[in-house]
Unconditional design. Structure first.
Lengths: 55, 226
């Protein structure tokens, strides 16, 4: 019983870590990667300043 | 667990992004705006009779409030993304029993993040002043992303593999540069090289500060939550 609970808790930890990482990648995609013109123009200075490949 | 991860990553990112934006406004954006004078042709280097001399222009921030507000917003967004990834890796290291995360440790995590995410890609693709003509965007983005991932794996190996196998990390750090970033076979620069070089070093400096703050704040919030 105890073992099961611990396994489940660890699964949960990894799942949470994975979810946080995916969300991080999603934010970076919007801030640095997406090439849609309106996003690109709005993020332009920040992308140059952070050395994201911009255009 | 999930709430603690998200709040520490996002809050640390918002703080670091805000401070990084302030540093950028003082050090980086004025150089960027001066570069735009050469991008648009308002200034031309080597203009008359081939003279290599162009006067410096102090453009400051040019009072474009909306544009600068977006820069603050996107810095906070970008750093929040980095913050989430950093906290996720901290949590993974803790869960594997590899590290105890303290704010002091966080400084090192932040510097490692700077090396993987800013310095390593900048070795192959220097931060670009507006107007820089580069290779196609697709391959550059792929090299950039691959370099970040490879460098992060390399640093992780060096930090946490407890045998001589850790040296595999060096291969991960070197590989992107041995392969080489996509480059054009001609030089197209319109801005003075001094200005482009200043831009590259200033933006790396601001990013180093931003990442150190991010590492400290992320570790501080994460360890408090525990």
């Amino acid at each position: 019983m105890t073992t099961k609970t611990i396994t489940r808790a660890q699964d949960n930890t990894l799942l949470s870590i994975g979810f946080a990482a995916m969300l991080g990648f999603a934010l970076l995609f919007v801030a640095g990667y997406a090439q849609a013109a309106i996003l690109h123009d709005a993020a332009h200075d920040q992308r140059h300043a952070m050395a994201f490949p911009c255009h | 667990m999930i709430a603690r991860l998200l709040t520490s990553g996002v809050l640390a990112g918002a703080m670091a992004g805000l401070l990084a934006a302030l540093l950028q406004f003082y050090f980086v954006i004025p150089v960027l705006l001066e570069g735009e004078l050469f991008e648009t042709g308002a200034m031309v280097h080597f203009a008359d009779n081939g003279s290599p001399q162009s006067d410096r222009t102090d453009v400051g921030l040019s009072g474009e409030f909306g544009r600068h507000a977006l820069t603050v917003g996107f810095n906070m967004l970008g750093y929040a993304g980095f913050g989430l990834l950093l906290v996720a890796l901290m949590a993974l290291a803790e869960q594997r029993g590899l590290a105890d995360i303290s704010p002091r440790q966080g400084l090192i995590w932040g510097l490692a993040g700077f090396i993987a995410v800013q310095l390593a890609p900048a070795i192959g693709l220097p931060p670009e002043l507006p107007g820089t003509v580069g290779a196609e965007i697709g391959p550059r983005q792929s090299w950039w992303m691959a370099t970040i991932i490879s460098s992060a794996i390399g640093l992780w190996c060096l930090a946490f593999v407890k045998s001589p196998l850790a040296l595999i990390g060096v291969a991960f750090l070197l590989a992107p540069h041995v392969i080489g970033a996509p480059h054009l076979d001609a030089y197209w620069g319109v801005a003075p090289p001094e200005l482009a070089a200043e831009f590259a070093t200033l933006s790396l400096g601001a990013a180093a500060a931003g990442w150190t703050i991010l590492g400290f704040a992320a570790a501080w919030l994460w360890s408090r939550g525990g």
